[in-house]
Design a protein around this ligand. Structure first.
Ligand SMILES: Nc1ncnc2c1ncn2[C@@H]1O[C@H](COP(=O)(O)OP(=O)(O)O)[C@@H](O)[C@H]1O
Ligand SMILES: [Mg+2]
Length: 412
C-alpha cells in the first residue's frame, strides 16, 4: 500500500525559510532554511540543546515561529502573521517518550488521530487494522500499552503516526529509549516502512550512527544554526567546518599554522608535511579525515607511534600518535606492538583546512621531489629520529612481509 500524495508531484513536502525562534530572549533557532524532497528521510543531527526539538515542534505547529516561513506541500503553515495549528497540518508525529495513553488500548491509541479528523467508524477500524498489521502488532490490539516492551511501544507510536496516511512524518529521537541492539534493527525497520509507504520524514537525533542508518540527508544543527545538509557519506567525508568535523569525529582536527616548512601543530610545534601557500602564517584548523590515512611502507607521508591497541572483536582499534598532542584512531585487522612506529600514507586531496573565520583553504602535501627515493619517511617531522624510524619499519615489514593495515574509515 502506498500513501496518497496530498500535493502535486514536484512540490517539496517541506520547505523552511529563515525560521527564528527564541525563548525568554534566548535564540533557539537562528534563521534555519531547508527543503525536503518527496520520499526522503531527513535527520536533524546535533548536540543536546542545539535546537533540534524546537525546529521539529515549529514544523509540527506545536510552537509558533518568531520569524520566517514553513510550507508543507503547497500550503504555508507558519509565516509572519499566520500560524496554522497542528491539526491543520495533517502530520504524523512520534514523540520521544511515545506519549501513549495508558488508559486506552493499543487500538484506541492508534485510532485517536482518525477520531480527531472525524473519520467514520468502519473506515477507522479498517485503518487501525492496517496500521497495526504494518508494524507487526495486529495481535496486540486489545492490550494496554503499559504491558508492552519498549520496542513494541515504539511500534504503537509509529502505527499511530502513519494511520492517517500523513503527508509528512515527524519523529523526535524515535529510538533513544531503546537498547543498542534493538535501536539498530528498528532503525532499519522504520526506514523500510517509510520507504514502502512512500512517506517523507524528518527526525531528530543526537546520535550520528542513528542518523546515518536511517536518513537520506543529514542536517547538522549547532547553536540554533543549520551548518550543513548533505548525504551521510558526504557529510562524513567533507564536513563544512571544523565544528562539524569535531562533532562527527571522522578524523583529526588540529589547530595550527602553515609555514614554508609545513604545518606547525599549534599545541606542540611539531611540523607535519602539509602545505597551504594561500594561508601561510595564518591561524587555521587542519582536518585530517581518517579515511585519508592508511598504514603502508611505501610513499609514507608521516610516521606515528602506536600509543594503544584495543581488541574489538573483528578488528583492532589503534591509537596512533603523530605528535605529542595529536592522536588519530584507526581500525586495523592486524595488531601492531604498542610503541612501534608505523609509516602512514596521507591522501592529501582529502585534507581540509579552515581559517578562523570559517573560510576553507586548499591543502597539499610536500612535493615528492622534496624527499629522497631511499627515504620514504618525511624529513620534517623529526630529522634526528628518522633513521631509527625507517629501521623500525623495515624490521616490522621483515617480520610480516604481507603486513598491510586496513581501516574502515568509520567509528572513533
Ligand atoms: N519551552 C522552553 N522554554 C525555554 N527554553 C527552551 C524551551 N524549549 C527549549 N528551550 C531552549 O532552547 C534551546 C534548544 O532546545 P531544544 O530544541 O530542546 O534542543 P535539542 O532538541 O537539540 O536538545 C535550549 O537552550 C533549550 O534550553
Ligand atoms: Mg530534543
Amino acid at each position: 500500500m502506498t500513501a496518497q500524495p496530498h500535493f502535486h508531484p514536484g512540490t517539496p513536502p517541506l520547505r523552511i525559510e529563515g525560521v527564528y525562534k527564541s525563548f525568554e530572549n534566548k535564540l533557539a533557532l537562528k534563521g534555519v532554511s531547508l527543503t525536503l524532497e518527496a520520499g526522503r528521510i531527513l535527520a536533524l543531527l546535533g548536540p543536546s540543546g542545539c535546537g533540534k526539538t524546537t525546529l521539529l515542534r515549529c514544523i509540527a505547529g506545536l510552537l509558533p515561529t518568531d520569524r520566517g516561513s514553513i510550507w508543507i506541500g503547497e500550503q504555508v503553515m507558519s509565516a509572519p502573521g499566520l500560524y496554522r495549528p497542528p491539526e491543520a497540518r495533517e502530520l504524523g508525529m512520534v514523540f520521544q517518550d511515545y506519549a501513549l495513553w495508558p488508559h486506552m488500548t493499543v487500538a484506541e491509541n492508534v485510532e485517536f488521530p482518525l477520531k480527531m479528523r472525524g473519520i467514520a467508524g468502519s473506515e477507522r477500524r479498517h485503518s487501525v487494522a492496517w496500521a497495526l498489521d504494518t508494524v507487526g502488532l495486529a495481535e496486540f490490539a486489545g492490550r494496554s500499552p503499559e504491558t508492552l516492551s519498549g520496542g513494541q511501544q515504539q511500534r504503537v507510536a509509529m502505527a499511530r503516526a502513519i494511520v492517517a496516511r500523513p503527508r509528512l512524518l515527524l519523529m523526535d529521537e524515535p529510538l533513544s529509549n531503546l537498547d543498542k541492539g534493538l535501536r539498530e534493527s528498528l532503525a532499519l525497520d522504520i526506514r523500510r516502512l517509510i520507504k514502502e509507504l512512500g512517506l517523507s520524514a524528518v527526525f531528530v537525533t543526537h546520535d550520528q550512527q542513528e542518523a546515518f542508518a536511517l536518513a537520506d540527508q543529514v542536517a547538522v544543527l549547532q547553536g540554533g544554526e543549520l551548518h550543513q545538509i548533505a548525504a551521510p557519506q558526504v557529510l562524513y567525508d567533507f564536513p563544512a567546518n571544523a565544528g562539524i568535523a569535531t562533532f562527527l569525529g571522522s578524523g583529526m582536527v588540529i589547530p595550527g599554522r602553515f609555514t614554508a616548512q609545513g604545518f606547525h601543530v599549534g599545541e606542540d610545534g611539531h611540523v607535519l608535511p602539509f602545505h597551504a601557500p594561500m594561508a601561510q602564517d595564518e591561524d587555521v584548523t587542519l582536518f585530517i579525515p581518517r579515511r585519508a590515512v592508511s598504514v603502508c611502507g611505501q610513499q609514507a607521508t608521516v610516521t606515528a607511534e602506536v600509543a594503544a591497541v584495543v581488541f574489538q572483536g573483528e578488528q583492532h582499534g589503534l591509537r596512533l600518535r603523530l605528535s605529542p598532542s595529536v592522536e588519530l584512531t584507526l581500525h586495523s585487522r592486524h595488531a601492531p606492538r604498542v610503541g612501534e612506529r608505523l609509516s602512514l600514507a596521507v591522501d592529501a586531496p582529502c585534507l581540509r583546512a579552515w581559517r578562523l573565520d570559517g573560510q576553507a583553504v586548499n591543502v597539499h602535501s610536500a612535493p615528492v621531489s622534496a624527499r629522497s627515493a631511499r627515504d620514504p619517511i618525511h624529513r620534517h617531522v623529526n630529522p634526528r629520529k628518522q633513521d631509527n624510524e625507517f629501521t623500525d619499519w623495515k624490521d616490522s615489514a621483515r617480520r610480516d612481509p604481507d603486513r598491510r593495515i586496513e581501516h574502515t574509515g568509520m567509528g572513533g
